[in-house]
Ligand binder design. Structure first.
Ligand SMILES: Nc1ncnc2c1ncn2[C@@H]1O[C@H](COP(=O)(O)OP(=O)(O)OP(=O)(O)O)[C@@H](O)[C@H]1O
Length: 304
């Protein structure tokens, strides 16, 4: 559905993103990870036609039959918010502080041709769909009257308003506290038609996506199914990311956990951490959603 081929982003003479290629199938959820400055946001902004002034993209990116790169602003404007849309990290900067929430959700639909009464009715529906409590009250509220998590749900409602084929999320939960973050991630995974999810948090990517692209220095250095990349990273940079993450790197000695320890060597089917701890008697702790593949990554070691 989305195919990106040789995407290159430049600012003056500097090449910031080099020859990035990847594809996303309908319904697929793909993570884009990498350290700060590796080119994740510029890659996403190129697809949205939202690059900052003085920054240009070349190469090809197609959503279905439509070109996204190198087309006039009027064409990309027509697609943005309709065929593909984006949720950013900080909703307060994306929402208009002077406009009621309902009107902001409705506006994105009237801009793309719906009648005003239809757009308002659908806006109310959408506020319920992103599980905002009391959608009618939220509809009449101003952005400052909402919590950070609620504002981010509003942004998701806006992004989904025209039933896009692809949703792009750029660190959408970084500013939220852990419980709200978890709920938001579950919601995104549930409602996204197809997803490009940008984050530097590997546990988040494991919980939301099926496949991952790893960016380093403006290049995609590795890609594949989450389980494969996280258990057998081929690039040293990916190994470093894993070691620095909350996920258990190979050979880490974790503290012995007392209590009801599962049988030695027991891993639930599909555990991505199965081969990561060769040192000892290991087992996975069944803690849903901690890492997203359905269980936690804790390993038990025999007491020293
Ligand atoms: N407007 C700009 N002009 C020049 N260079 C830019 C511009 N915007 C970004 N860059 C540079 O391009 C590189 C990639 O930036 P980008 O924002 O895509 O990184 P990122 O991986 O999304 O980082 P983060 O996780 O911090 O958001 C960085 O070195 C950044 O300094």
């Amino acid at each position: 559905m989305l195919s990106v081929d040789g995407l290159t982003v430049r600012a003056d003479s500097a090449e910031l993103v080099h020859q990035v290629s990847f594809a996303i199938a309908p319904g697929e959820r793909v993570g884009l990870i990498g350290e700060s400055g590796s080119g994740k946001s510029l890659t996403a902004l190129s697809l949205m036609g939202l690059l900052p002034e003085g920054v240009t993209a070349s190469g090809t990116a197609r959503l279905g039959e439509r070109d996204l790169v190198g087309v006039p602003e009027s064409r990309i404007k027509d697609l943005r918010g309709r065929e593909l849309s984006m949720v950013f990290q900080e909703p307060m900067t994306a929402l208009n502080p002077l406009m009621r929430i309902g009107a902001q959700v409705a506006e994105v639909m009237t801009l793309h041709g719906r009648s005003s009464p239809e757009a308002r009715a659908r806006a109310l529906d959408l506020l319920g769909r992103v599980r905002l409590p009391d959608p009618e009250q939220i509809f009449r509220a101003y952005p400052h009257q909402l919590s950070g998590g609620q504002r981010q749900r509003v942004m998701l409602a806006i992004a989904l308003a025209n039933e896009p084929r692809l949703l792009i999320c750029d660190e959408p939960t970084t500013a939220l506290d852990v419980t709200v973050q978890k709920q938001m991630l579950e919601l995104i995974a549930e409602v996204a038609p197809a997803l490009l999810f940008i984050t530097h948090d590997l546990a988040v990517v494991a919980s939301v996506c099926e496949r991952v692209l790893v960016m380093y220095g403006g290049r995609v250095v590795e890609s594949g199914p989450i389980r494969e990349v996280f258990t057998r990273p081929r690039h040293r940079y990916t190994e470093g990311l894993l070691a620095a993450s909350k996920l258990t790197p190979r050979g880490t000695r974790l503290p012995t956990i007392q209590g009801n320890v599962p049988p030695a060597g027991h891993f639930p089917d599909g555990c991505v951490f199965r081969n990561r701890c060769p040192q000892a008697t290991t087992a996975c702790e069944q803690v849903p959603a901690l890492t997203g593949d359905g269980h936690a990554h804790a390993c038990w070691h025999p007491a020293d």
